[in-house]
Ligand binder design. Structure first.
Ligand code: SAH
Length: 372
């Protein structure tokens, strides 16, 4: 029956989810040399193969054997929503039926992918769609890696990814080992060859994990989602702050800069009437005083079912000008995909709640401004 055949096909593991030693054993049992692993990975990572059949430098019999035991990718692209400004939002289906979001953003000189690290999120930031239903599970390394691959496959043959931001669903530092394993491949020469300096890891701010990342001495760009300059305010909008505190968080940011030499970005979502006053700007300048940091202001991107509002452009300008007058480098993040007007995490929520997105207007994308 075709149905059960396709079901069987779905249950085959993606070849990138198989540990190298296991794949080596599998090849050895078929009298194939170890270098086949490299060949197969090259086809998938660099040459964007979508079937084993395309891997023309492998023996025909091996290609058939591979196809009988594995799939090229273990995740599937379930849906793509495109906007006129060059943003594509991808819904990536996982083997257990769950799904995560991933965004590809195109500007004149950049091709940036934004990837998820968890299904849902446990942090509970009050303005964010990703955490509305809590966290379901961590993504495996191959599930993180394959988001890059799905995005790459939407590019033209001559186009390459230039930047990555780990700003999709989930808290990257709560799944740090799996993220690092995926990034190893993304940033290796045999993988996608992306420079570590062009990968931004955005965190709600878990100091112990920030310090651990700093101690690795790798050159990833770190962005800390601060969103409020005082504990009183941050405790309300970023609940995990109750266990952390802004002073400890900024100290961890300083440590990251000391250890890696990379300037830290502080992200600050502007919520009308909540954290967008000039008094907040003044306190923020006080908190970060004397540090060479970037500040990334993100006007709130409306989330269905949440009651926050976006500040007026005038207020955003005043906030920005104040910080600049105090000597900070400030960027205001542009929202990409205006006509698909919602925030990160909503495409998946709609799917989960049975309201499948039928048009690009039901999808969403957020632009992110990565490091250099
Ligand atoms: N867990 C990570 C990644 C989250 S997404 C973190 O907290 O940094 C990346 C950024 O988008 C974070 O700064 C997050 O707070 C912000 N964000 C989430 N929902 C948003 C919304 N509705 N509007 C604007 N920014 C939002």
């Amino acid at each position: 029956m075709p149905l059960s055949a396709s079901l069987e096909q779905r249950l085959l593991p993606g070849v990138l989810s198989v540990p190298s030693d296991e794949l080596l054993r599998w090849l050895h049992a078929r009298n194939e040399p170890p270098y086949r692993v490299k060949q197969i990975r090259r086809w998938i990572l660099l040459r964007r193969a979508s079937s084993f059949e395309q891997m023309t430098d492998l023996p025909v019999r091996l290609r058939a054997e591979l196809a009988a035991h594995f799939r090229v990718l273990g995740t599937e692209l379930r849906e793509v929503a495109n906007t006129t400004d060059g943003t594509s939002k991808l819904l990536v289906g996982l083997v257990d039926g769950r799904a995560v979001e991933c965004v590809l953003m195109r500007t004149e000189d950049r091709r940036t992918v934004c990837v998820s690290t968890q299904v849902g999120c446990a942090m509970g930031c009050v303005f964010c769609a990703s955490g509305l239903e809590g966290v379901e599970r961590n993504l495996e390394p191959y599930e993180i890696l394959e988001q890059f691959l799905h995005a790459t496959r939407l590019l033209g043959p001559q186009e390459r990814l230039t930047h990555a931001v780990i700003m999709g669903m989930g808290e990257p530092l709560a799944n740090l080992n799996n993220l690092l394993a995926a990034l190893e491949v993304v940033c290796s020469r045999d993988g996608l060859g992306l420079s570590r300096r062009r990968v931004t890891i955005s965190t709600v701010g878990l100091p112990a994990a920030i310090r651990r990342l700093a101690d690795l001495g790798v050159q990833y760009h770190l962005a800390i989602s601060l969103h409020a300059p005082t504990d009183t305010l941050r405790n309300q909008i970023v609940p995990v702050n109750r266990k952390v505190g802004v002073e400890e968080l900024v100290a961890a940011g300083d440590y990251y800069f000391e250890k890696t030499g990379r300037q830290v970005t502080y992200e600050y979502v502007l919520l009308k009437g909540i954290n967008d006053t000039i008094d907040c700007a003044r306190r923020l300048a006080e908190l970060l005083r004397g540090r060479s940091v970037h500040i990334n202001l993100i006007p709130y991107n409306p989330v269905e079912s949440l009651n926050f509002e976006t500040p007026s452009p005038h207020r955003v300008r005043q906030f920005t000008d104040y910080l600049r007058s105090r000597g900070f480098v400030v960027h205001v993040r542009r929202t990409k995909g205006r006509e698909i007007s919602a925030a990160c995490g909503q495409l998946r929520l709609r799917h989960k709640r049975g309201q499948a997105a039928a048009s690009p207007h039901n999808a969403t994308a957020q632009s992110a401004s990565p490091g250099n």
